[in-house]
Design a protein around this ligand. Structure first.
Ligand SMILES: [Zn+2]
Length: 375
C-alpha cells in the first residue's frame, strides 16, 4: 500500500473520473507528479458523492488504510479548504482472452479485449472486481457453446431448456417496456459501478465499455477467473411486473455441486449474491422474494472465482439515471460487505469494532444474513 502524504485528497465526485478523462486515455504518465483537477467542471454525481473535492486524512480512507467498508467512510469525510491533490489515476490495460487460460478453448467469440483498471489511489485494496455488463455482443446468438465444461446437460431450465448440452454463446438481451435495449442499461450501470469501485479502492476488470464487445459468456467468465477476485454480471429480467432485484444462485443438485469448478466456488458465489442483495436492500431497492433463484448458467458453470448473475429488476423497472445510481451504490455496498466478511488477504480482515460500526451503517437489521441464505 502506497501512502502519499499524511493528508491525501480523495475526490468523491465523478468529476475526478470523467473530468480527468481517465476513461479515454492511458494513465501511465505522471508517476510522481500530482495533477490538479478543475472542480468547476459540471458532471453528474452519484447519490452519496460530494460535488466538490474534499481532503480526507489518509487513515480515514477506505478499506486499505482503515480496513473498514466504504459506507462508513462517508460519515468520516470532513471537507476542508486545503488544496486538492489528486492521487494517481488507475492504470488501464487491454486484456485479450489468453488461449492458455483454462476453458478458453470452449469460447466461440473472443476477438475483443476486456479492460483492466489497476487502482493506484492511496486507498487501493488489491481486490479486483469483474464488472460484466450483460449482453452487447453483436451476432453472439449465432454461436453455441457447451453449457458445462464437462459437456454434461443443464440441470435447470432458463433461457436454455433443462437437459440441453449447448446454449447460445451470448444472448442479445431483452427490451425494456419503453424500448430501451437491456444491453444499453447494463452498460450504463456497469460504468457507474466501475467508477464507484475505483473510488472505493478496488481494481476493476471491465468486460464491456462500449455497445458491442465481442466476448461471449465463456470468454467473460474465463477472463474473470484469471484476472479478478469475483465476477458480477449485470442484467435485468424479461418479466414485466417490476419484480425487484435477485441473483441467480447455484442450483442445489448433487451432480451440479460436485462438478468442477462449481464444486470449488458455489458456496462463495451464493455468499457474494447474498451480500449484494443485502447491499441493495440497505439502499431501499425492491427485492424479489428471497432475493435469489436457482439457475444453471454458463457463467456459474465455468466460474473459478465467486460469480454472480444479478437481475436488478425487469422490463418495467425504473432505469433512470437516479435509479441506476442507487443500484450502483447498493451493489458496491454489497461488494464491500462480501470482502469485509471474506477478506482476500488475512491482514485485510475487518476488526470486530469496525465491523459492528459498519454493520450499523448498513442497516443490516433489515436483512439478517440467515434469512437471505436461500441455499
Ligand atoms: Zn440479461
Amino acid at each position: 500500500m502506497k501512502r502519499y502524504k499524511k493528508v491525501i485528497a480523495l475526490t468523491l465526485s465523478a468529476a475526478m473520473l470523467a473530468g480527468c478523462g481517465f476513461t479515454d486515455r492511458r494513465s501511465e504518465e505522471a508517476e510522481s507528479t500530482p495533477s490538479y483537477i478543475d472542480t468547476t467542471t459540471p458532471t453528474p454525481t452519484p447519490p452519496e458523492s460530494v460535488a466538490e473535492s474534499v481532503t480526507v486524512p489518509a487513515d480515514k480512507v477506505g478499506l486499505a488504510d482503515s480496513s473498514i467498508p466504504d459506507s462508513s467512510v462517508a460519515a468520516a469525510v470532513e471537507p476542508t479548504i486545503e488544496p486538492t491533490v489528486v492521487p494517481q489515476e488507475p492504470l488501464i490495460e487491454d486484456k485479450m482472452l489468453d488461449p492458455n487460460y483454462e476453458f478458453a478453448g470452449e469460447s466461440q467469440v473472443h476477438t475483443d479485449p476486456a479492460k483492466l483498471y489497476t487502482n493506484r489511489y492511496a486507498n487501493a485494496n488489491d481486490i479486483t472486481v469483474c464488472v460484466n455488463a450483460g449482453h452487447g455482443t453483436s451476432g453472439g446468438d449465432n454461436y453455441r457453446t457447451y453449457c458445462h465444461p464437462d459437456h454434461t446437460a443443464k440441470v435447470t431450465g432458463g433461457s436454455t431448456a433443462e437437459g440441453a448440452i449447448k446454449a447460445t454463446a451470448i444472448a442479445s438481451g431483452m427490451e425494456f417496456a419503453d424500448g430501451t435495449p437491456e444491453r444499453a442499461v447494463t452498460l450504463a450501470e456497469a460504468l457507474l459501478v466501475r467508477d464507484e469501485l475505483l473510488r472505493r479502492g478496488y481494481n476493476v476488470l471491465m468486460i464491456r465499455e462500449t455497445e458491442d464487445v465481442q466476448l461471449d459468456n465463456i470468454a467473460r467468465t474465463v477472463l474473470a477467473n484469471n484476472l479478478a477476485d469475483c465476477h458480477i454480471a449485470i442484467h435485468w429480467d424479461s418479466t414485466d411486473w417490476d419484480k425487484g432485484a435477485y441473483y441467480m444462485s447455484v442450483p442445489q443438485y448433487e451432480s451440479y455441486l460436485s462438478m468442477y469448478p462449481v464444486s470449488e466456488t458455489w458456496q462463495k458465489s451464493n455468499a457474494l449474491g447474498d451480500k449484494l442483495i443485502e447491499g441493495l436492500q440497505a439502499n431501499n431497492v425492491k427485492i424479489f422474494e428471497s432475493g435469489s433463484m436457482e439457475m444453471d448458467l454458463t457463467q456459474t458453470s465455468y466460474s473459478k472465482v465467486p460469480s454472480i448473475d444479478i437481475e436488478l429488476g425487469d422490463k418495467t423497472s425504473d432505469h433512470s439515471d437516479e435509479a441506476l445510481a442507487v443500484l450502483s451504490k447498493g451493489l458496491c455496498d454489497g461488494i464491500d460487505l462480501y470482502f469485509a466478511a471474506n477478506p482476500k488477504n488475512p491482514q485485510q480482515a475487518v476488526p470486530a469494532e469496525a465491523e459492528s460500526s459498519a454493520a450499523g451503517d448498513q442497516s443490516t437489521e433489515a436483512v439478517p444474513a440467515e434469512e437471505t441464505n436461500a441455499n
